[in-house]
Design a protein around this ligand. Sequence first.
Ligand code: NDP
Length: 287
Amino acid sequence: AKTPVTLLGLGAMGTALARTWLAAGHPVTVWNRTPSRATALAADGASVAATAAEAVAANTLVVVCLLDDASIDQALAGTDLTGRDLVNLTTSTPEQARARAAWAHERGARYLDGGIMAVPPMIGVPQAGGYVFYSGSRELFDRHRPTLAVPVDTRWVGEDPGHAALHDVALLSAMYGMFAGAAHAFALIRKEDIDPTALAPLLADWLTAMAPAVHQTADQLRTGDYTTNVVSNLAMQVAGTPTFLATAEQQGVSPELLTPYFDLMRRRLAEGNGNEDLTGVVDLLLR
Ligand code: NDP
């Protein structure tokens, strides 16, 4: 028999998760603060609990997918979690996840934290490439992995309950840096007779070609030797920055997304590291 799942939270993400478990034949008990959001799922076979406490009492495996950490306190206040396997897919900070793990343990529950690297349309679509980072109780992960892998793939990142959230935020932070660079690139051509849809494939291919550079950065961070073995060392790259700033100026584009990174490159060069790659910027960010 398929493992029964209790799911708290029927927002866009929770609803997508519930649908895939139902479709795969798992008995699903759902609860949502606003009951009307459960109506369609009930028609698809979900049991709808009147209260969060009732939903938690229904099954050992309790998955939480609420808006934020504070909403977990509100939803689960006064609920008996003794003996429950709590899997928290609510986006949180590493500190919140660690505190939530301690909170669950105090209440007699086991705890697994998840960071979802997918948007709702990717749930139940394996070829979309989404997955969830998991950290916390390895025992819980091993026990429930077949169930947890039904909606979206799983990636284990360690026993520290904060590490799923940390990996989640690290990847999304890098994504925002990429979006920032793309925004600047589009701004540069915006006033010209250049079709943005012609630039887009060039941009996507270039970013894809550059992405593997993260492996070299990682290797250098591990060895502590940042000396470049490619031709574009830091001194050369800093020497090129005026071209970027002048081009922005000429195109009537604010350099505000570029200058913070250029400033860090210059600081690293000023410290006498012109023969390095860009890896030293990582150290400058550490407070
Ligand atoms: P939605 O905004 O669609 O849904 C929020 C859910 O939280 C609803 O079920 C809402 O209930 C509930 N909620 C909010 N406040 C409270 C509260 N105080 N007490 C009880 N319930 C509350 O969010 P999503 O479903 O999209 O996201 C859920 C989690 O998944 C978030 O942590 C989000 O960061 C994460 N996530 C979402 C992604 C996405 O693309 N959507 C991608 C990756 C992660 P009600 O219906 O009553 O308002």
